[in-house]
Design a protein around this ligand. Structure first.
Ligand code: AP5
Length: 216
């Protein structure tokens, strides 16, 4: 199964991609996570990407394309993958299409997460993350047992620097301008599945599962 999860910031792509990863036993490739890891390690890529990310702007295409192409070549991707947050521009979509065409392994499904834009800011402003990789919380929708602390390791939860309202608005503008046109791009390829992504997470997971099973 080779799938793309497409949608605006806060649409629930990461939340649902992790569930689908476990269900289909294929890796979830999140360019946001890969870039945050590079920033944490202070690699050359991370140092270049940091300013763009903290301001809520997209990282330049060539940097992100090189990163994901390298990741897709790893052995765990042989039976498929879920791309979470990639592609985000037409140049990225075209580069991905070429890369997969050369391998004879095209994208089979693009899940387009549709959410009322007013909900997105609320979801992102309230998101908190375990610094040790034990997952994400939300102050209202998925609160930890002890306020501000990870349920698994007790670490103090982190508020992402780009999860403040100004940066969220910038990310949403980048989505509208650069990423939303990909809906038509993938519709023209006959692989687009629209998913209503409001409401409870289990219901959304069932809709995602049914769309993915329809092509696998
Ligand atoms: P990235 O990390 O990809 O951020 P994003 O797309 O803005 O996505 P998010 O992780 O914010 O949202 P999501 O849709 O995954 O929602 P989630 O499931 O977490 O990218 C960050 C930055 O990296 C970019 O701004 C850019 O700078 C750079 N970058 C990354 N990829 C790039 C690319 N391809 N090209 C260029 N630059 C790139 O959910 C959000 C919150 O809502 C959580 O708290 C969750 O618990 C909650 N939630 C989820 N579902 C529900 C629900 N149904 N009801 C209530 N709450 C919910």
């Amino acid at each position: 199964m080779r799938a793309i999860f497409l949608g605006p910031p806060g649409a629930g792509k990461g939340t649902q991609a992790k569930r689908a990863r476990d269900l289909f036993s294929i890796p979830q490739l999140s360019t946001g996570d890969l870039l945050r890891q590079a920033v944490k390690e202070e690699s050359e890529l991370g140092l270049k990407a940091k300013g763009y990310m903290e301001a809520g702007h997209l990282v330049p295409d060539e940097m992100v394309i090189a990163l994901i192409v390298e990741r897709m070549q790893q052995p765990d991707c042989a039976d498929g993958f879920i791309l979470d947050g990639f592609p985000r521009t037409e140049a990225q979509a075209v580069a991905l299409e070429r890369e997969l065409e050369e391998r004879g392994t095209p994208i089979e499904a693009v899940i387009n997460f549709r959410v009322d834009p007013e909900r997105l800011v609320e979801r992102l402003v309230g998101r908190r993350i375990c610094p040790n990789g034990h997952g994400e919380y939300h102050v209202r929708f998925h609160p930890p047992r002890a306020e501000g602390r990870c349920d698994v390791c007790g670490a103090e939860l982190v508020h992402r620097p780009d999860d403040h309202e100004d940066q969220i608005r910038t990310r949403m503008r980048a989505y509208d301008q650069d990423t939303a046109p990909l809906i038509a791009f993938y519709e023209s390829r006959g692989v687009l599945h629209d998913i209503r992504a409001d409401g409870d997470m289990d219901g959304i997971a069932r809709r995602v599962e049914s769309a993915l099973k329809s092509v696998s």
